[in-house]
Design a protein around this ligand. Structure first.
Ligand code: KIV
Length: 272
């Protein structure tokens, strides 16, 4: 059952700010391919993130660092072909925006032009302010990402909760305010204390989308393969699994093997 307060035929960056203003929570999930995006969009999810988590989920890398701009564009264009309603946000991958604002703009333009995406997402605060401004000045909507920023995993050393200490929490609030001031349309807060996330959501007028950030924020995002239970090695406290597809798919594949070996598949009705 949907609890949407307004029926959006097409979700835009403006719709998200509007949803926050009248208290409707925003739903966001990842997709990296056409088939999954079609299902996610058809179910009424507001925002589809073509996340650089594709590096882990699709390619089996340990971190998000190896995925390339070309690969992100490939995933994003597959997703774009599937959708009718959702807003499509694409991660600018590691190494294609950190060195200078011109490179950042070139990468964002390639994503928008070659995939047809609606917005980009970038990890970081004041360190990448000039790059974000350059992209915004070109008319490309930017979603920020603060807290646990997986592209900096080697700086953090672990995937534990961020901003538990006052100094890091203050920097996070300053960065969030800065992202709003320069024109970002939303910010993802990943793995930070719920109280801090709530405080940020209350201070800002743009939506704060949380992952492992409690329910005091304006929306939630999860990695689709995790919430469907297709992955099973990853068990953070914040993850709610809506299905156990790992087991269900394993059972289906085992049954298929049995049926083929037993010459039970195909049967008379399954052949020409
Ligand atoms: O890449 C991703 O999937 C993300 C989400 C976890 C927010 O950035």
């Amino acid at each position: 059952m949907s609890t949407a307060k307004k029926d959006y035929k097409r979700v835009t960056v403006k719709s998200l700010v509007e949803m926050k203003s009248y208290g409707e929570k925003i739903s966001m999930l990842t997709a990296y391919d056409y088939t999954m995006a079609k299902i996610v969009d058809g179910a009424g999810v507001d925002v589809i993130l073509v996340g650089d988590s594709a590096s882990n989920v699709m390619a089996g890398h340990e971190t998000t660092l190896p995925i390339t701009l070309d690969q992100m564009i490939y995933h994003a264009s597959s997703v774009i072909r599937a959708i009718e309603r959702a807003l499509i946000v694409v991660d600018i991958p590691f190494g294609s925006y950190q060195s200078d604002p011109k490179e950042a703009l070139r990468s964002a333009i390639r994503i928008m032009k070659e995939s047809g995406a609606h917005a980009v997402k970038m990890e970081g605060g004041k360190e990448i302010k000039e790059s974000i401004k350059r992209i915004l000045n070109a008319g490309i909507p930017v979603m920020g990402h603060l807290g646990l920023t997986p592209q900096s995993i080697y700086k953090f050393g672990t995937y534990t909760v961020r901003a538990k200490e006052e100094q890091e929490a203050e920097k996070l609030i300053d960065d969030a305010l800065m992202l709003q001031r320069i024109g970002c349309f939303a910010v993802v807060l990943e793995k930070v204390p719920a109280q801090l996330a709530k405080k940020v959501a209350e201070k800002l007028t743009i939506p704060i989308i949380g992952i492992g950030a409690g329910n005091g924020v304006d929306g939630q995002v999860l990695v689709t393969h995790d919430m469907l239970g297709m992955t099973h090695e990853f068990n953070p406290r914040f993850l709610r699994r809506y299905l156990d597809l790992y087991s269900e798919m394993t059972d289906a594949f085992k049954q298929y093997v049995t049926d083929v070996k037993a010459v039970d598949f195909p049967n008379e009705n399954e052949q020409y």
